[in-house]
Design a protein around this ligand. Structure first.
Ligand SMILES: C[S@@+](CC[C@H](N)C(=O)[O-])C[C@H]1O[C@@H](n2cnc3c(N)ncnc32)[C@H](O)[C@@H]1O
Length: 225
């Protein structure tokens, strides 16, 4: 299956293991728990404090789990989201279905996930009243944003597995693509990541991490008040 296999994680949700990168797509301490903590609670819900129309950019869309959770939570808040997911190696629908996410997610979220998985990559696809998804199957390294975003989910493989993704240059590109008061969230709180984010202009906040990780990072375009 494309050098990808499904592996279980501690909260009962599964993740993928990539032979190419020798890494899992999520924490083995709980895939769903990590996504909810890092991207939804610490990222999306923080931005929703001030905005109800949100442009989200995900680096490494992978299983579409973060996109589905975002769409599901958007509906609860009555927020509108345009979600752009960058992915160089999109898993096949067969691989995605073997994750069992349709069974583990809340029914409304599972329905959204299935629509996002099935969405074509050639144009923006409305998957609900609240969410439109644009899948971009491109290499993040050479990609130049031509839109502005409120929130970046930086979900690349870890800095030790794929260091080129976490460079000052790449963070600078994302900094410039953020709207005022926008933020980037990521699960890694490695020293070099914080350093590179600061060099790129971000105000870096260290937050409590999901199970198995002491910290994570939320980095702001403007100094938080
Ligand atoms: C940690 S996994 C992402 C997990 C994903 N957010 C999810 O919830 O399933 C990292 C993802 O980045 C993708 N990726 C690796 N190198 C990339 C690149 N140069 N450009 C875009 N995507 C890349 C991988 O294929 C993989 O799907």
């Amino acid at each position: 299956m494309d050098g990808l296999r499904v592996v279980p994680t501690a909260d009962g949700s599964s993740t993928l293991y990539s032979e190419r990168f020798k890494a899992t797509y999520h924490s083995v301490n709980g895939a769903l728990t990590e996504s909810m903590h890092v991207f939804i609670k610490s990222g999306f819900e923080a931005i929703l404090q001030n905005k109800k129309n949100v442009d989200v950019l995900e680096i490494g869309m992978g299983t579409c789990l973060n996109a589905a959770l975002t769409g599901w939570v958007a509906q609860m808040y009555g927020a509108r989201v345009h979600y752009t997911g960058i992915e160089l190696f999109p898993p096949t629908v067969e691989v995605l279905n073997s994750t069992g996410y349709h069974a583990v997610l809340e029914p409304e979220c599972a329905e959204l996930w299935e629509k996002i998985v099935a969405a074509s990559a050639s144009e923006p696809v409305p998957v609900s009243t609240w969410v439109t998804v644009s899948k971009l199957y491109v290499d993040f390294i050479g990609w130049n944003p031509n839109n502005m975003y409120d929130l970046v989910y930086f979900d690349a493989f870890a800095p030790d597995d794929q260091p080129e993704m976490w460079s000052i240059e790449n963070f600078n590109k994302l900094f410039n693509a953020l709207k005022p008061n926008g933020a980037l969230v990521t699960y890694s709180a490695k020293g070099l990541v914080k350093q590179n984010l600061r060099q790129a202009g971000f105000y870096v906040e260290r937050l409590a991490g999901p199970p198995g990780k002491r910290h994570m990072i939320r980095a702001w375009k403007n100094e938080p008040k």
